[in-house]
Design a protein around this ligand. Structure first.
Ligand SMILES: Nc1ncnc2c1ncn2[C@@H]1O[C@H](COP(=O)(O)OP(=O)(O)OP(=O)(O)O)[C@@H](O)[C@H]1O
Length: 652
């Protein structure tokens, strides 16, 4: 499917055009000849040489099969009827030789085809993976992971089957048929002509069944995708399933999908098997007619027993390749339907990619500016409506606001996870759409709530921030993130494997590893989506300490859920319904008595009730206007003391 032209050609200046979105293009449906052309070009051409060798061996197998049929004539006429001694030795030797040659050729052809088949799967999967890794998040988030995984695993396999079946069918089976037909015509051409009439009939039957198979295969693969999506969800959410006693309900849901899948698969199997009765019956008719006609000819002395036996052997041997060819169409249809799905994924060009004239990003402190930015998600949700905000270089900015206000969206626009629909995002005066993605993202470290950890060692998880970092650098980052102590206490230290998404670590430990990773990246810009989940007092203190060190000397944009963050911020932007509605520092915003003041009381102060008096009651603090929390007495150091009472923030 052609990529929407909007994204790639976006001018860095960002002309106002609210219709620009990152919406994926509609489902494509490529015609068969286009599919076949692409399969030949992308999946078969790279193996042309090896496939040619396999084809040669297939031709040898086909010729040897026909040779066996042909040998029936001298075997019967010369050896048995005429009792010619010379043939008594020659024919068995020829039979043995043919068997040996056919055996070796079959072996070589099979191994080459199997290897090439596996290569086709591997290459398709790697290509798909590389493509998906670069895909737009907007597109990726619209597809269920399970469906992608099922396409990744099964469609590549179906494609391999179709390619190897097509080749074997078109070469080995087809050549076998040709050679066997040659033997038949050589022995009895009139009878052969009659028998040949069955071929078009088989073709007709198989064409109709093939279409049915393709439809069924597409539907059953769709169900496989649904099943895979469901499993993914169930296993990920196993804790919730059990907590809410939904085990049976989930199994019932799974049963429904499995049954639907079975229904479509049964249709495919029926269509696939329906080719057999047709070929069986037609084969029977051909053999019956041959015996009848051959018998008549023999009675009149026009045909020797050897010639008849040779003809019948060729006819019987032709049965297997004919059956394979009749089934070939169905396998091809399954493969084409898999190719359709694979190409649908591979053809989505990312909208977020380097502009033709993109230059490397040159960081100069990391000042960020959003200029009148509007943004719509692909489903049309307007997340931002004319947001303008500045983050001076080296300063800390906190984004606060009710849930759904657009805070995460702002954060996502900075590293270009999404592109603004209108307006501009500038870093150090450079439009993010005018610089290369790699250089832009190299200047940014992200610490998100999700704290994605990979199921590998602690060391590798930290080094994710900078592949190739030395052991000393990794340890220094861990120390700065207050993680070194607990890491060295783990069973295998830095070599401890953390489990799926860091399941073997506590929440606070996971956060500190994520912070160490960002520390190692050492980027001038830090994007922070503060965790909302509760940590115990000690862990919270350590995480806060680690975060403070991480923020030092960097431009930081934080989605704030913690009291200390808003108090420490140089500028707080208060967002509501996709707009910045207030801005300023804590004291000024509190004095204003608007949305921030309300949020502060209902969300942030809940974290530290003991601070409420000082913040809310002018008489209780040294400053008369509610500015007390931002005064020197509430600086970062003293706040750490206030945070032990912290509860999870509710801003998200
Ligand atoms: N992937 C998405 N597709 C469609 N709409 C989305 C998507 N992500 C967010 N939205 C919508 O965009 C709006 C802004 O969401 P955003 O996540 O930026 O808010 P937020 O302020 O970060 O909220 P929270 O504090 O709850 O995380 C919301 O209305 C939300 O429903």
């Amino acid at each position: 499917m052609p990529a929407p032209a909007n994204g790639q050609t976006q001018a860095p200046s960002g002309t106002p055009d609210d219709s620009r979105t990152t919406a994926p293009a509609p489902e494509q449906h490529l015609p068969t000849h286009v599919l076949v052309k692409r399969l030949l070009r992308d999946h078969i051409r790279p193996y042309l040489w090896r496939l040619s060798v396999a084809v040669l061996f297939m031709a040898i197998v086909a010729a040897a099969t026909a040779g066996n049929a042909w040998l029936m004539e001298p075997a019967l006429d010369k050896v048995f009827i005429q009792q010619d001694l010379q043939y008594l030795y020659l024919v068995p030797v020829a039979v043995i030789l043919l068997a040996v040659v056919k055996g070796f050729a079959s072996y070589l052809q099979n191994t080459i085809m199997a290897e090439v088949g596996q290569r086709i799967i591997a290459e398709t999967q790697v290509r798909m993976h590389a493509h998906l890794m670069r895909a737009d998040l907007a597109w990726l988030h619209q597809i269920h992971t399970g469906k992608l995984i099922s396409s990744f695993l099964y469609d590549a396999m179906l494609l391999r089957d179709a390619v190897s079946r097509a080749l074997t069918g078109m070469v080995k089976d087809f050549l076998s048929l040709i050679f066997l037909a040659a033997v038949m015509f050589y022995q009895e051409w009139e009878l052969s002509l009659v028998v040949c009439l069955v071929f078009p009939m088989v073709g007709l039957a198989s064409g109709k069944l093939g279409r049915k198979t393709r439809k069924g295969a597409a539907k059953s693969q769709e169900e496989t995708g649904r099943l895979s999506a469901l499993l993914n969800e169930n296993f990920d959410g196993a804790r919730m399933v059990q907590a809410y006693g939904m085990e049976e309900a989930e199994t019932a849901r799974a049963r429904q999908v499995v049954e639907d899948r079975l229904h479509h698969m049964t249709k495919v199997i029926r269509a696939r098997s329906a080719a057999s009765p047709a070929t069986e019956a037609l084969g029977g008719i051909a053999v019956g007619a041959a015996i009848f006609y051959g018998g008549l000819q023999a009675a009149e002395g026009d045909m020797t027993l050897g010639a008849f036996a040779s003809f019948i052997t060729a006819l019987l041997l032709a049965y297997q390749p004919l059956k394979s060819l009749a089934n070939l169409n169905t396998a091809l249809q399954e493969g084409l339907s898999a190719a359709q799905r694979l190409f649908a994924v591979l053809d989505v060009e990312p909208v977020i990619r380097d502009a033709a004239n993109a230059v490397p990003f040159a960081p100069r402190g990391g000042a960020i500016r959003l200029a009148d930015v509007a943004f719509r998600y692909p489903d049309g949700t307007r997340a931002l409506r004319g947001v303008t905000l500045e983050v001076p270089a080296g300063r800390r900015v906190a984004l606060v606001g009710p849930s759904g206000a657009g805070k995460s969206t702002v954060l996502n626009l900075i590293p270009r996870f999404y592109d603004a629909s209108t307006g501009q995002v500038l870093i150090d005066g450079q439009d993010v759409r005018g610089v290369t993605l790699a250089s832009l993202r190299a200047g940014i470290a992200l610490v998100s709530q999700e704290m994605t950890l990979f199921d590998t060692t602690v060391r590798a998880n930290i080094a994710y921030g900078r592949p190739g970092a030395s052991e000393a650098e990794i340890r220094a980052a861990a120390e700065a993130a207050a993680a070194d102590d607990f890491i060295t206490g783990l069973s295998d230290g830095y070599d401890t494997v953390v489990g799926e998404n860091g399941v073997k670590l506590s929440g606070g430990q996971r956060q500190r590893i994520a912070i160490a990773r960002a520390m190692l990246r050492d980027a001038p810009i830090l994007l922070l989506d503060e965790a909302t989940s509760a940590l115990d007092t000690e862990s919270e203190r350590k995480v806060q300490h680690a975060l403070k060190r991480l923020m030092q000397g960097r431009t930081t944009v934080t989605i704030a859920h913690r009291l200390s963050t808003v108090l420490d911020a140089d500028i707080i932007y208060v967002m509501d319904q996709g707009r910045v509605v207030e801005q300023g520092d804590h004291a000024a915003l509190l004095a204003r008595g608007g949305l921030y003041a309300r949020l502060y009381r209902t969300q942030f102060l809940e974290e530290a009730p003991d601070r409420e008096m000082a913040a809310d009651d002018p008489a209780a603090g040294p400053a008369p206007d509610g500015a007390a929390p931002n005064s020197a007495s509430l600086d970062g150091a003293s706040l750490d003391g206030a945070l032990p009472a912290a509860r999870p923030g509710l801003a998200g």
